[in-house]
Design a protein around this ligand. Structure first.
Ligand code: MN
Length: 287
């Protein structure tokens, strides 16, 4: 199942070139009062919501996929967990390029660990990336994004995938420089998730997936998730040994080689096998 949020927070079921407006299925989510949990309530109750979607989808209003504007497929994540250098070829390019990559950031993931991006940086494919600090180099990073489905702590690599709700394409937009990653990667609009979430049962094994990223039609990144240094299960084992993973938490699994600068006016096209393709515009931040 491919699920999306679109336009003014409508819930959509994507089938080929059609989006079924299944917003009515949100009635399956229990109502909460303040204070709200640091989880995504749709993802946390996905089983009940899915049952409702399957019931109502055949008679739900239809929209053409090309006519809707995509929001992040996770509306309210508690954490954006991200892997630093997690492909050997990207580590090699970072080691070679001393002008761009700060030496303190060029280490193996087992030594660096994970970092967090601000949830406020998250957008969907329908909104542009707004480049700030125009005097600095800002890069694209395409990554397989994992959406946690059930709470887990100290989960083993072998069990981890059973705690996944689904997968999306992630863009981890990054200002290069010496500061902490959490600062350089947490600007508003610097985390893109989309174009939808493919549920884990439909997606299958996350390894062996081809991914690519183009900027204005020029191929910049092309890789396969089989080359992840720490695979999805290992990342979840590692992360959950430090903090509890909650429904709706998003794990950016790291970018392969080929990262490069993006500029206002350009368009990013990113695709991952088994998910689809998304186009994201790049603009200059105003004010
Ligand atoms: Mn990254």
């Amino acid at each position: 199942m491919k699920l999306c949020w679109f336009d003014e927070m409508r819930l959509g079921l994507v089938e080929q070139e059609t989006v079924h407006d299944v917003t009515e299925a949100l009635a399956a989510i229990p109502q909460r009062t303040y204070p709200f949990p640091h989880t995504d309530m749709l993802v946390a109750t996905l089983g009940d919501v899915r049952a409702r979607i399957e019931t109502i989808a055949p008679s739900a209003p239809k929209r053409a996929l090309k006519d809707v504007s995509m929001l992040s497929p996770v509306a309210n994540p508690g954490k954006l967990v991200a892997a630093p250098v997690n492909y050997q070829a990207h580590l090699d390019e970072a080691i070679a390029d001393t002008a761009t990559f700060s030496r303190s950031h060029v280490r193996r993931i087992q030594e660096t660990g994970l970092f967090l991006k601000a949830p406020s940086s998250l957008i969907g494919a329908g909104r542009p990336i707004e480049i700030a600090h125009a005097d600095r180099r800002t890069d694209h990073e395409v990554e397989l994004a994992v959406i946690v489905g059930r709470e887990c702590r100290n989960v083993s690599r072998a069990d981890a995938l059973s705690y996944v709700a689904g997968y999306s394409i992630g863009l981890d937009i990054t200002i290069r420089g010496p500061e902490e990653r959490s600062l350089r990667k947490s600007l508003d609009t610097y985390s893109v998730l989309g174009p939808w979430m493919v549920t884990a049962d439909a997606f299958g094994d996350p390894s062996g997936r081809e991914m690519r990223l183009e900027v204005d039609g020029e191929l910049r990144q092309q890789a396969n998730t089989r080359d992840l240094i720490m695979d999805v299960g290992e990342l979840m084992e590692f992360a959950s040994s430090f903090y509890t993973l909650q429904p709706g938490d998003i794990i950016f699994t790291g970018t392969p080689e080929g990262v490069g600068p993006i500029l206002p006016g350009e368009t990013i096209t990113a695709s991952i096998e088994g998910i689809g393709t998304m186009q994201v515009a790049v603009v200059a931040r105003e004010g």
